[in-house]
Design a protein around this ligand. Structure first.
Ligand SMILES: NCc1[nH]cc(CCC(=O)O)c1CC(=O)O
Length: 302
């Protein structure tokens, strides 16, 4: 019997996503022995500082990548939005699963949306992208950093620390918290993180057997869309430090991509969009349009 060892973070959402991938693999090949290797990453351990202050995205991957290099794991499962635009090392993404709900969620025990929050309401979010878009809509709100996994954040809301919090719909739905979504924050008014809602498999570049195994789980339309979003982010030198949002969908003639770069400091934001056949070129085009509209000022400020 062939064994496949999947490295995963230990948060409930990460474990759900990895179990989901394991179940899909077992359905493809009932003889495959799929094992989970739960690991802790620096992104999970450092909870007292904001992610952008600790050093950004690669934090959730490093320990899992080291396990693959040591030969202790064959692959890792990630939320693609937490994966850096350029992988740091000899790794590949052999599969990107069909995207779940891409939208953000407004979660509150008292209010039904951003518009009905009282002046000065306290809103928790760890993401500069969410903070910037909130700032643009409601300059009066008190935006507070909120770290921790999805369950922890909901518990902090319920303890009364916030009037509302913003999370990804996909994470809430996967963990069975659909009922907590008071409003979906969606395009074109509100844009998600590049690749939000998509799960990616990572493995060693030279591991042909694992790459072949996962080819069947790849969802080509999702990959095309998230490649456009990530190409835009890459062209903007995107990182946790700058609020960048992007959403692509398939349309007649290829893909439609909408992008946003914001400023948390003063609520300014620039938006742009385009349609194109090639995701990579489209991403670079929308990035250039954003820069032409002045996005560089927000990016250079960091
Ligand atoms: N940064 C944490 C993270 N990474 C992926 C998701 C949600 C699931 C997804 O985007 O597929 C979340 C939680 C959140 O933003 O609320």
């Amino acid at each position: 019997m062939k064994t496949l060892r999947i490295a995963t973070r230990k948060s409930p959402l990460a474990l759900w996503q990895t179990e989901h991938v394991a179940a899909r693999l077992r359905a493809l090949d009932p003889d495959l022995d799929v094992q989970l290797i739960p690991m802790s990453t620096r992104g999970d351990e450092v909870l007292d500082r904001s992610l952008s202050a600790v050093g950004g995205k690669g934090l959730f991957l490093k320990e899992l990548e080291l396990a693959m290099l040591r030969g202790d794991a064959d692959c890792a499962v990630h939320s693609l939005k937490d994966v850096p635009m350029d992988l740091d090392g000899p790794f590949a993404l052999p599969a990107i699963l069909e995207r779940a709900d891409h939208a953000d969620a407004f979660v509150s025990n008292r209010y039904d949306g951003i518009a009905t929050l009282p002046p000065g309401a306290r809103v928790g979010s760890s993401s500069l992208r969410r903070q910037a878009q909130l700032r643009a809509l409601r300059p009066d709100l008190d935006l507070v950093d909120l770290r921790g996994n999805v369950n922890t954040r909901l518990a902090k809301l319920d303890a009364g620390e916030y009037d509302a919090i913003l999370l990804a719909c996909a994470g809430l739905q996967r963990l069975g918290f659909d009922a907590r979504i008071r409003a979906r924050l969606d395009a074109p008014e509100w844009l998600p993180a590049p690749a939000q809602g998509a799960i990616a498999i990572e493995c060693r570049d030279d591991d042909a057997a694992t790459r072949t195994l996962f080819a069947a789980l790849n969802h080509a339309p999702t990959r095309r869309c998230v490649e456009a979003e990530r190409a835009m982010n890459r062209a903007l030198h995107g990182s946790c430090q700058v609020p960048v949002a992007a959403f692509a969908r398939e349309v007649e003639g290829g893909l439609h991509l909408a992008g946003l770069v914001g400023s948390v400091a003063d609520g300014r934001a620039v938006r742009s969009e385009a349609v194109g056949a090639d995701g990579d070129a489209l991403g670079r085009q929308v990035a250039q349009q954003l820069l032409d509209l002045g996005a560089g000022e927000f990016i250079a400020g960091h």
